[in-house]
Design a binder for this molecule. Structure first.
Ligand code: ADP
Ligand code: MG
Length: 585
């Protein structure tokens, strides 16, 4: 006796609903995607009781005639796909023809729709998948789908819903996602009778972000210069360094308008931010990626949340370079005014006597050339003479002094800058060593007498396996018998250090990092760890000359605002902020 049966349609839809309609937010997602596929320019979303009482989406899209309205409720009825081959090029959000019948099978469902050219619309009422009524209805052009009592006939699913606040958070996220995916579409969102968002059609993603999250959030983001490489177009916004969050709640990746999760994308973002993230912090990102539909498979997840790229590594690299470009640009923008002040205006602070020379970044020959005019303009009132009394102009930037030997105080045009000397030193050492390890060439200081010492076996092995890289970084090291090393030279910026201690730190970092050899990412990690231990231990720069050198070298770094672990190097306090704190605002 055969026990295999074909499921009645309603049951099949309820089973499908298990996959497509995970929770109330998935209903909103599916309905809103249908509206967008129908060309809507304006959406109204209303929910009550965290979605288990009511979910309603109204649009001003194409609408349907009576026949299509009925067809849309049948399984695998879709206007978007006619053959399997179409799947490869699908540009619409939907394509399986599953959402409406699935949703209608687990709710009390009303579809009201009208084409603009028609004199009247159609209303279809469905209860638990059974059509209860079909009638003519007076309604505006477009479509409204109303979902009442979700899961009323599937008590098991209802029980699995989380707390109202969790479901509401998912609903909010679903609406935010669509608003960010389609900035040009107006979105009104009401929850339990209260307007959560009234978003006008925006002309850019940046202004949509500002409307959605506020001007402050927008200001904490950098615009990625629009870039296209290898057929992948990337545009969007990403956190300024330091403006990161404790969660991933503001990470939105869109591929051809579809919100997706994909490991290549998250890795690309992380790699671009590599040295700028403290543990447990996450950058915000709102990014649109446009790619040939044939190079991406959207049909790998029931809710289409995940995609598979044909060339994942290329997508990752495109995203990474777009984020890096934004971060580089931010660095240049940030440093430009500081540099101008430093070269043109920095003054000796009163406490350091009059013999101090004006502070010029260009006098550091071994550093990469900073972006600035060759000879800085003289300040107003003619060239500065030595011994001039410090003046305070609004545009001044000067070294005020040290605070508890740990911090430096700088006064800039925009306010106060507090600089952590140890963090600054770590950043400087890190970049120099990194340049050396990457083969960038460094100046070498020969020791007066070679240092010979022994290291434990594992440490010795780590150094012995990395001689070439160490040589590139300016270390004159060779293996000198079983466990011994001979050091004849150090990179110049480590001159004066105890060679044994330096090698011990490197070896320890290599061993604890699990790297048998210094290479690529592993080398960078070893350098990071070693630097953390070699940087100024206590005290900081001894005198003003050293303090100035520190600031100069810091500002020549690629990423001056954070140490290699992502902690901030400098904190800025604007005049406004100070005034506010003193109650003068
Ligand atoms: P899919 O989106 O995968 O095609 P759905 O079940 O979500 O499947 O929708 C079925 C069909 O109903 C769609 O292909 C479309 O033709 C029509 N439809 C659904 N919602 C709307 C809407 N808001 N406006 C116009 N047509 C719609
Ligand atoms: Mg759909």
């Amino acid at each position: 006796m055969g026990s295999i049966r074909v499921l009645p349609d309603v049951v099949a839809s309820q089973v499908a609903a298990g996959e497509v309609v995970e929770r109330p937010a998935s209903v909103i997602k599916e309905l809103v995607e249908n509206s967008l596929d129908a060309g809507a320019k304006s959406l109204e979303v209303e929910v009550r009781g965290a979605g288990s009482v009511l979910l309603r989406v109204s649009d001003d899209g194409s609408g349907m005639d009576r026949e299509d309205a009925l067809l849309s409720l049948e399984r695998h009825a879709t206007s978007k796909l006619t053959s399997a081959a179409d799947l490869a090029t699908v540009r619409s959000m939907g394509f399986r023809g599953e959402a409406l019948p699935s949703i209608a099978s687990v709710s009390e469902f009303v579809l009201r729709t009208r084409q603009a050219s028609a004199s009247a619309g159609t209303e279809v009422v469905v209860k638990g998948g059974k059509i209860v009524a079909v009638r003519e209805a007076g309604c505006a052009p477009g479509t409204t789908v109303e979902v009442n009592s979700l899961f009323f006939n599937v008590p098991a699913r209802r029980k699995f819903l989380r707390s109202a606040s969790t479901e509401a958070a998912h609903l909010d996220r679903a609406v935010e996602t669509v608003a960010l995916a389609f900035p040009g579409v107006a979105v009104h969102y009401r929850r339990d009778g209260r307007a959560v968002h009234r978003l006008p059609a925006a002309t850019s993603l940046a202004s949509r972000v500002a409307d959605l999250y506020g001007a402050e959030e927008r200001a904490a983001l950098l615009e990625m210069p629009e870039a296209e490489s290898q057929g992948v177009r990337v545009s969007g916004l990403v956190s300024r360094p330091g403006a990161t969050r404790a969660d991933r709640g503001r990470q939105f990746f869109f591929v051809n308008g579809r919100a997706v999760e994909n490991v290549f994308l998250s890795t690309g973002l992380r790699e671009a931010y590599r040295q700028m993230l403290e543990p447990g912090r996450h950058p915000s990102i709102f990014v649109h990626i446009v790619i040939d539909p044939q190079a991406v498979d959207c049909n790998v997840h029931p809710a289409k949340r995940e995609v598979r790229f044909r060339h994942g590594a290329e997508v990752r690299e495109s995203l990474r370079s777009a984020v890096e470009a934004a971060l580089r640009q931010a660095r240049a923008d940030w440093l430009q005014p500081v540099r101008t002040h430093l070269t043109a205006r920095i003054e000796p602070s009163a406490g350091y006597g009059s013999a101090t020379r004006p502070f010029r970044v260009a006098h550091q020959p071994e550093l990469p050339r900073p972006v600035m005019p060759e000879s800085p303009p003289d300040p107003p009132g003619g060239p500065r003479t030595e011994g001039a009394t410090p003046r305070v102009i609004a545009e001044e930037f000067r070294l005020v002094g040290a605070l508890s030997r740990r911090y430096l105080l700088l006064e800039g045009g925009e306010g106060l800058v507090l600089l952590d000397q140890r963090a600054a030193h770590q950043r400087i050492l890190f970049e120099r060593l990194q340049r050396g390890v990457a083969g960038g060439g460094v100046a070498v200081q020969r020791l007066l007498a070679p240092a010979v010492f022994e290291l434990p076996a594992r440490e010795h092995e780590a150094v012995a396996g990395s001689l070439a890289v160490l040589a590139a970084a300016g270390f004159g090291v060779e293996v000198f018998g079983g466990r011994a090393l001979k050091v004849e030279a150090l990179p110049d910026f480590l001159a004066g250090r105890d060679p044994q201690r330096v090698m011990e730190e490197f070896a320890a970092a290599a061993v604890s990092g699990g790297a048998a050899r210094l290479r690529g990412q592993a080398a960078e990690e070893v350098v990071r760890r070693a630097v953390a231990r070699l940087a100024l231990d206590e005290g900081g720069a001894k005198d003003e000359r050293e303090q100035r050198a520190l600031v100069t070298q810091l500002l020549a770094c690629q990423l001056p605002y954070c140490d290699p672990d992502g902690r901030p190097v400098m904190l800025q306090f604007s005049w406004r902020e100070l005034e506010r704190k003193f109650g003068r605002d």
